[in-house]
Design a protein around this ligand. Structure first.
Ligand code: BDR
Ligand code: CA
Length: 315
Protein backbone atom coordinates (compact mmCIF):
# COMPACT_ATOMS: atom_id res chain seq x y z
CA UNK A 1 0.00 0.00 0.00
CA UNK A 2 2.37 2.70 -1.23
CA UNK A 3 1.56 6.24 -2.33
CA UNK A 4 -1.78 6.26 -0.61
CA UNK A 5 -3.03 9.82 -0.65
CA UNK A 6 -3.58 11.15 2.91
CA UNK A 7 -6.80 13.09 3.32
CA UNK A 8 -9.19 14.45 5.95
CA UNK A 9 -12.89 14.02 5.21
CA UNK A 10 -14.94 16.88 6.68
CA UNK A 11 -18.58 15.84 6.64
CA UNK A 12 -22.18 16.27 7.81
CA UNK A 13 -23.71 12.77 7.40
CA UNK A 14 -26.24 12.90 5.74
CA UNK A 15 -27.23 10.07 3.42
CA UNK A 16 -24.89 10.82 0.51
CA UNK A 17 -22.13 11.62 3.02
CA UNK A 18 -22.65 8.13 4.47
CA UNK A 19 -22.21 6.54 1.06
CA UNK A 20 -19.10 8.67 0.50
CA UNK A 21 -17.57 7.61 3.81
CA UNK A 22 -18.18 3.92 3.10
CA UNK A 23 -16.74 4.44 -0.40
CA UNK A 24 -13.60 5.97 1.12
CA UNK A 25 -13.26 3.24 3.74
CA UNK A 26 -13.59 0.63 1.01
CA UNK A 27 -10.86 2.28 -1.06
CA UNK A 28 -8.13 2.06 1.58
CA UNK A 29 -5.66 0.53 -0.88
CA UNK A 30 -5.68 3.83 -2.78
CA UNK A 31 -6.40 6.52 -0.18
CA UNK A 32 -5.43 7.07 3.44
CA UNK A 33 -8.26 8.51 5.54
CA UNK A 34 -6.60 10.35 8.46
CA UNK A 35 -9.88 11.24 10.20
CA UNK A 36 -13.51 12.15 9.83
CA UNK A 37 -14.21 15.65 11.08
CA UNK A 38 -17.84 16.58 11.49
CA UNK A 39 -19.76 19.79 11.03
CA UNK A 40 -23.35 20.96 11.44
CA UNK A 41 -25.18 20.90 8.13
CA UNK A 42 -27.70 18.31 7.01
CA UNK A 43 -28.51 17.77 10.70
CA UNK A 44 -27.04 19.26 13.93
CA UNK A 45 -23.44 18.37 14.74
CA UNK A 46 -24.33 15.98 17.60
CA UNK A 47 -26.17 13.88 14.98
CA UNK A 48 -23.54 14.19 12.24
CA UNK A 49 -20.90 13.07 14.76
CA UNK A 50 -22.99 10.17 15.99
CA UNK A 51 -23.70 9.17 12.40
CA UNK A 52 -20.02 9.30 11.41
CA UNK A 53 -19.26 6.89 14.27
CA UNK A 54 -22.13 4.59 13.26
CA UNK A 55 -20.81 4.47 9.68
CA UNK A 56 -17.32 3.50 10.90
CA UNK A 57 -18.94 0.67 12.90
CA UNK A 58 -20.72 -0.55 9.77
CA UNK A 59 -17.38 -0.75 7.98
CA UNK A 60 -15.68 -2.50 10.92
CA UNK A 61 -13.35 0.52 11.17
CA UNK A 62 -13.59 1.58 14.81
CA UNK A 63 -9.97 2.72 14.44
CA UNK A 64 -10.89 5.73 12.30
CA UNK A 65 -10.60 8.91 14.40
CA UNK A 66 -13.82 10.93 14.50
CA UNK A 67 -13.62 14.54 15.70
CA UNK A 68 -16.65 16.73 16.31
CA UNK A 69 -16.47 20.21 14.83
CA UNK A 70 -18.49 23.39 14.49
CA UNK A 71 -22.08 23.42 15.66
CA UNK A 72 -23.09 26.43 13.55
CA UNK A 73 -21.96 28.56 10.61
CA UNK A 74 -19.56 31.47 11.18
CA UNK A 75 -22.13 34.27 11.05
CA UNK A 76 -25.52 32.91 10.12
CA UNK A 77 -28.02 30.71 11.93
CA UNK A 78 -27.80 27.03 11.02
CA UNK A 79 -30.04 25.77 8.20
CA UNK A 80 -30.49 21.98 8.13
CA UNK A 81 -31.91 19.53 5.56
CA UNK A 82 -34.01 16.99 7.47
CA UNK A 83 -36.56 17.11 4.64
CA UNK A 84 -33.96 15.36 2.46
CA UNK A 85 -31.98 13.19 4.88
CA UNK A 86 -34.60 12.52 7.58
CA UNK A 87 -34.64 13.46 11.25
CA UNK A 88 -31.66 11.25 12.12
CA UNK A 89 -29.76 12.31 9.00
CA UNK A 90 -29.68 8.69 7.83
CA UNK A 91 -33.23 7.89 6.81
CA UNK A 92 -33.73 4.39 5.42
CA UNK A 93 -31.54 2.52 7.93
CA UNK A 94 -31.54 1.81 11.65
CA UNK A 95 -29.15 3.76 13.82
CA UNK A 96 -27.46 2.06 16.79
CA UNK A 97 -25.40 3.41 19.69
CA UNK A 98 -21.96 3.58 18.08
CA UNK A 99 -18.84 1.80 19.39
CA UNK A 100 -16.37 3.89 17.37
CA UNK A 101 -15.27 6.54 19.86
CA UNK A 102 -15.48 10.28 19.47
CA UNK A 103 -11.97 11.69 19.92
CA UNK A 104 -11.20 14.34 22.51
CA UNK A 105 -10.62 17.80 21.12
CA UNK A 106 -12.19 19.89 18.40
CA UNK A 107 -12.12 19.05 14.69
CA UNK A 108 -10.61 22.43 13.86
CA UNK A 109 -7.65 21.82 16.17
CA UNK A 110 -7.15 18.35 14.73
CA UNK A 111 -7.02 19.84 11.22
CA UNK A 112 -4.52 22.50 12.33
CA UNK A 113 -2.27 20.07 14.23
CA UNK A 114 -2.29 17.55 11.39
CA UNK A 115 -1.43 20.09 8.71
CA UNK A 116 1.31 21.65 10.82
CA UNK A 117 2.92 18.25 11.33
CA UNK A 118 2.56 17.27 7.66
CA UNK A 119 5.16 17.40 4.91
CA UNK A 120 4.74 20.44 2.62
CA UNK A 121 1.75 20.18 0.25
CA UNK A 122 0.95 16.62 1.32
CA UNK A 123 -2.57 16.43 2.82
CA UNK A 124 -5.79 16.77 0.83
CA UNK A 125 -8.80 18.27 2.62
CA UNK A 126 -12.17 16.96 1.46
CA UNK A 127 -15.08 19.01 2.81
CA UNK A 128 -18.50 17.72 1.78
CA UNK A 129 -20.60 19.87 4.11
CA UNK A 130 -20.66 23.57 4.98
CA UNK A 131 -17.08 24.90 5.01
CA UNK A 132 -17.13 26.18 8.61
CA UNK A 133 -14.38 23.93 10.02
CA UNK A 134 -12.01 24.55 7.13
CA UNK A 135 -12.51 28.32 7.27
CA UNK A 136 -11.97 28.39 11.02
CA UNK A 137 -8.76 26.37 10.70
CA UNK A 138 -7.47 28.74 7.98
CA UNK A 139 -8.41 31.79 10.06
CA UNK A 140 -6.91 30.48 13.29
CA UNK A 141 -3.71 29.15 11.74
CA UNK A 142 -3.00 30.65 8.30
CA UNK A 143 0.35 28.81 8.21
CA UNK A 144 -1.49 25.51 7.64
CA UNK A 145 -1.74 26.27 3.92
CA UNK A 146 1.82 24.94 3.68
CA UNK A 147 0.65 21.42 4.52
CA UNK A 148 -2.33 21.42 2.14
CA UNK A 149 -1.91 19.61 -1.16
CA UNK A 150 -5.38 20.48 -2.37
CA UNK A 151 -8.93 21.10 -1.19
CA UNK A 152 -11.38 18.87 -3.07
CA UNK A 153 -14.88 19.88 -2.06
CA UNK A 154 -18.49 19.22 -2.91
CA UNK A 155 -20.37 22.47 -3.22
CA UNK A 156 -21.65 25.22 -5.46
CA UNK A 157 -23.63 25.38 -8.66
CA UNK A 158 -23.48 27.49 -11.79
CA UNK A 159 -24.94 25.87 -14.90
CA UNK A 160 -27.42 23.87 -12.81
CA UNK A 161 -30.02 25.69 -10.70
CA UNK A 162 -29.65 25.90 -6.92
CA UNK A 163 -31.07 23.18 -4.68
CA UNK A 164 -31.69 25.13 -1.44
CA UNK A 165 -32.59 28.44 -3.12
CA UNK A 166 -32.96 29.21 -6.81
CA UNK A 167 -29.40 30.58 -6.78
CA UNK A 168 -27.47 28.49 -4.30
CA UNK A 169 -26.32 24.98 -3.47
CA UNK A 170 -26.85 23.80 0.13
CA UNK A 171 -23.25 23.52 1.44
CA UNK A 172 -22.24 26.96 0.22
CA UNK A 173 -25.55 28.58 1.19
CA UNK A 174 -25.38 27.33 4.79
CA UNK A 175 -22.04 29.04 5.40
CA UNK A 176 -21.24 31.46 2.56
CA UNK A 177 -18.76 33.41 4.70
CA UNK A 178 -16.76 30.25 5.31
CA UNK A 179 -16.83 29.53 1.58
CA UNK A 180 -15.48 33.01 0.89
CA UNK A 181 -12.52 32.37 3.21
CA UNK A 182 -11.77 29.00 1.63
CA UNK A 183 -12.00 30.31 -1.93
CA UNK A 184 -9.54 33.07 -1.03
CA UNK A 185 -7.05 30.82 0.74
CA UNK A 186 -4.61 30.63 -2.16
CA UNK A 187 -4.40 26.82 -2.19
CA UNK A 188 -5.32 24.53 -5.10
CA UNK A 189 -9.08 23.89 -5.00
CA UNK A 190 -11.22 21.47 -6.98
CA UNK A 191 -14.98 21.98 -6.69
CA UNK A 192 -17.55 19.31 -7.54
CA UNK A 193 -20.75 21.37 -7.89
CA UNK A 194 -24.31 20.36 -8.75
CA UNK A 195 -23.25 20.90 -12.38
CA UNK A 196 -21.49 17.54 -12.17
CA UNK A 197 -23.23 15.71 -9.31
CA UNK A 198 -26.58 15.93 -11.11
CA UNK A 199 -24.93 13.84 -13.83
CA UNK A 200 -24.17 11.08 -11.29
CA UNK A 201 -27.68 9.97 -10.36
CA UNK A 202 -28.46 6.66 -8.78
CA UNK A 203 -30.90 4.55 -10.80
CA UNK A 204 -32.95 1.49 -9.86
CA UNK A 205 -30.58 -0.86 -11.64
CA UNK A 206 -27.53 0.71 -9.96
CA UNK A 207 -29.19 0.26 -6.56
CA UNK A 208 -29.95 -3.38 -7.45
CA UNK A 209 -26.29 -3.96 -8.27
CA UNK A 210 -25.24 -2.57 -4.88
CA UNK A 211 -27.90 -4.60 -3.07
CA UNK A 212 -26.66 -7.79 -4.68
CA UNK A 213 -23.14 -7.38 -3.27
CA UNK A 214 -22.48 -10.28 -0.90
CA UNK A 215 -21.90 -8.05 2.12
CA UNK A 216 -23.72 -5.81 4.59
CA UNK A 217 -22.30 -2.55 3.21
CA UNK A 218 -23.98 -3.07 -0.18
CA UNK A 219 -27.36 -3.60 1.45
CA UNK A 220 -26.99 -0.61 3.76
CA UNK A 221 -26.06 1.65 0.87
CA UNK A 222 -28.95 0.29 -1.22
CA UNK A 223 -31.39 0.98 1.64
CA UNK A 224 -30.03 4.50 2.17
CA UNK A 225 -30.17 5.30 -1.53
CA UNK A 226 -33.68 3.91 -1.97
CA UNK A 227 -34.89 6.37 0.67
CA UNK A 228 -32.63 9.19 -0.60
CA UNK A 229 -33.73 8.92 -4.23
CA UNK A 230 -37.34 9.69 -3.32
CA UNK A 231 -36.74 13.35 -2.50
CA UNK A 232 -34.68 14.23 -5.55
CA UNK A 233 -36.79 12.36 -8.06
CA UNK A 234 -39.91 14.09 -6.74
CA UNK A 235 -38.47 17.58 -6.34
CA UNK A 236 -35.98 17.86 -9.23
CA UNK A 237 -37.44 15.33 -11.67
CA UNK A 238 -34.09 13.56 -11.77
CA UNK A 239 -33.84 9.87 -12.68
CA UNK A 240 -32.57 9.20 -9.14
CA UNK A 241 -30.77 10.85 -6.22
CA UNK A 242 -27.50 12.56 -7.20
CA UNK A 243 -24.52 11.08 -5.33
CA UNK A 244 -23.00 14.45 -4.53
CA UNK A 245 -20.43 13.64 -1.85
CA UNK A 246 -19.23 10.30 -3.26
CA UNK A 247 -18.04 12.26 -6.32
CA UNK A 248 -15.30 13.72 -4.10
CA UNK A 249 -14.03 10.26 -3.18
CA UNK A 250 -14.13 9.14 -6.82
CA UNK A 251 -12.16 12.24 -7.79
CA UNK A 252 -9.45 11.36 -5.26
CA UNK A 253 -9.15 7.81 -6.54
CA UNK A 254 -9.64 8.39 -10.28
CA UNK A 255 -9.53 12.05 -11.34
CA UNK A 256 -9.56 10.89 -14.96
CA UNK A 257 -13.29 10.17 -14.55
CA UNK A 258 -13.90 13.93 -14.42
CA UNK A 259 -13.42 17.02 -16.59
CA UNK A 260 -13.37 20.65 -15.54
CA UNK A 261 -11.88 24.04 -16.18
CA UNK A 262 -9.59 26.38 -14.22
CA UNK A 263 -11.76 29.42 -13.46
CA UNK A 264 -12.26 32.27 -11.03
CA UNK A 265 -15.07 31.55 -8.56
CA UNK A 266 -16.51 33.97 -6.03
CA UNK A 267 -19.34 33.56 -3.58
CA UNK A 268 -22.18 35.98 -2.85
CA UNK A 269 -22.33 36.90 0.84
CA UNK A 270 -24.49 40.04 0.85
CA UNK A 271 -27.60 39.73 -1.31
CA UNK A 272 -30.63 38.18 0.37
CA UNK A 273 -31.84 37.01 -3.05
CA UNK A 274 -28.69 35.22 -4.19
CA UNK A 275 -26.88 34.47 -0.91
CA UNK A 276 -24.41 31.62 -1.36
CA UNK A 277 -24.44 31.76 -5.16
CA UNK A 278 -21.14 30.67 -6.69
CA UNK A 279 -20.31 33.05 -9.51
CA UNK A 280 -18.09 31.27 -12.01
CA UNK A 281 -16.15 33.34 -14.54
CA UNK A 282 -16.43 30.62 -17.19
CA UNK A 283 -15.22 32.81 -20.09
CA UNK A 284 -12.57 34.73 -18.13
CA UNK A 285 -14.41 38.03 -18.58
CA UNK A 286 -13.17 39.57 -15.31
CA UNK A 287 -9.50 38.85 -15.88
CA UNK A 288 -9.33 37.67 -12.26
CA UNK A 289 -6.93 34.78 -11.61
CA UNK A 290 -8.34 31.25 -11.59
CA UNK A 291 -8.74 29.93 -8.05
CA UNK A 292 -10.75 26.75 -8.73
CA UNK A 293 -10.76 23.68 -10.93
CA UNK A 294 -14.54 23.68 -11.56
CA UNK A 295 -15.76 20.21 -12.53
CA UNK A 296 -18.64 19.84 -14.98
CA UNK A 297 -18.29 16.36 -16.51
CA UNK A 298 -18.23 12.83 -15.13
CA UNK A 299 -17.98 9.34 -16.58
CA UNK A 300 -21.01 8.11 -14.59
CA UNK A 301 -20.57 4.44 -15.51
CA UNK A 302 -16.92 4.54 -14.43
CA UNK A 303 -17.94 6.28 -11.22
CA UNK A 304 -20.54 3.65 -10.29
CA UNK A 305 -18.13 0.84 -11.18
CA UNK A 306 -15.52 2.34 -8.82
CA UNK A 307 -18.10 2.83 -6.06
CA UNK A 308 -19.36 -0.75 -6.37
CA UNK A 309 -15.82 -2.20 -6.39
CA UNK A 310 -14.83 -0.23 -3.28
CA UNK A 311 -17.99 -1.11 -1.35
CA UNK A 312 -17.39 -4.77 -2.23
CA UNK A 313 -14.24 -4.78 -0.08
CA UNK A 314 -16.20 -3.95 3.10
CA UNK A 315 -17.84 -6.37 5.55
C1 BDR B 1 -24.91 18.78 -0.54
O1 BDR B 1 -25.87 19.13 0.46
C2 BDR B 1 -26.09 18.06 1.34
O2 BDR B 1 -27.44 17.91 1.60
C3 BDR B 1 -25.46 16.85 0.71
O3 BDR B 1 -24.94 15.99 1.71
C4 BDR B 1 -24.37 17.41 -0.16
O4 BDR B 1 -23.15 17.55 0.54
C5 BDR B 1 -25.59 18.83 -1.88
O5 BDR B 1 -26.09 20.10 -2.13
CA1 CA C 1 -22.81 16.52 2.76
Amino acid sequence: MTDRQPFIFDTDPGQDDAVAILFALGAREQIDLLALTTVAGNVPVSYTTRNARVICDWAGRQDVPVYAGSDRPLLRPLVTAEEVHGKTGLDGVEIHDPVTPQQDGHAVDFIIDTLRAAAPASVTLCPVGPLTNIALALAKAPDIVAGIKEIVLMGGTYFEAGNITPAAEFNIYVDPHAAEIVLGAGVPITMLPLDVTHKACITGSRIDKLRSLPNRAGKLVADILTSYARFDTQKFGLEGGPLHDPCVVAYLIKPELFKGRQVNVQVETASALTLGATVVDWWGTTGLPANVNWITEIDAEGFYAQLTDSLATLP
